[in-house]
Design a protein around this ligand. Sequence first.
Ligand code: A3P
Length: 350
Amino acid sequence: MACWWAGWLLLLAEAGGARLEQGTLESWAQAAPRLGNASGFQASSLQRRLPQGIIIGVRKGGTRALLEMLALHPQVAAARSEVHFFNREENYRRGLGWYRQQMPLSRPGQLTVEKTPGYFSSPRVPARVRALAPGMRLPLIVRDPVERLVSDYTQILHNRQARCKPYPPLEQLLVRGDRGLDTRYKPIQRSLYALHLARWLAAFPPAHIHVVDGGSLIREPLAELRRMEQFLGLAPRLGPDNFCFYCLQAGARQLLLQPDQGLLLPAGRGPPTSTSTRPRASTACRPGPASFYFNQTKGFYCLQAGARQRCLGESKGRPIAKLLREQLCTYFSAHSELVFGLVGRTSNWC
Ligand code: A3P
């Protein structure tokens, strides 16, 4: 453990001392209005604006769900695809003009937000973002590191299979002969949250990084979104009407189930338990023009926009050998505690 802490402190010192890169790009101050200063917006028409908020990760942590839910807020304009500006050299070299072109059209007073989970674990990114936008707001959604790892592996596996390429079983990738866990495996590296967070904290004050608990976003989305609204300086607009907790999707019809009708939910997944974020029964199934309803089959909230429904995430994490899970839990535990300690919350991971 002592060794682990020494490495941690060394990394902090290195990252803190690292000189911020001076890009040749136009200054961010010219390009983007300051967060929370709506009067700083000059144009009165629809325009593409540089982001004032970036969801930096973690990969497979629930970044898409977080962005889509946040996009229900009238003051938010969300980029549709991952931009990979700061972490891919070919994109970074294209400059801020290119970056801005990837952003959605927004109205004055709206906050532009993008998400690229690859930013979180990419060593050069924190200093690059800081050099251009020291006021940037950085939501970070984290998830049980073992579940994240399995989900990460599953996504790689699917991508490989889609290209008819082989990929070894997870267990084979995780264990290096009789020498235990192969900690060089990228999905293991990406679950070492404290390691990557140290670099971000060397570049930004803690107040600029908001950690969202991915498990809580599934169980209590509204509570997490309210924290996000506060963090981003948005008016409190997301409410029970954006979430339909007691709905059952039957073909194209939505049925309203009263709480006493005994809605069965998959273990560990379900509508919020806290009464403060639970909608009143009378408003439970009156979704607005776009809202989320709880899809019992998926175990997630899915988006309902008019007659269209869209569930995110087709693939689910696969089971993993119990012994290996325990080994991974032990390996990740110090990192997990540190991440939650930083935000004054507790985790129930592993
Ligand atoms: P799984 O596919 O392993 O279940 P990301 O968007 O960062 O790639 O994260 C994908 C993960 O988001 C999913 O992983 C799932 O656990 C989580 N998630 C949270 N809320 C969700 C929702 N409403 N719909 C789908 N996935 C959601």
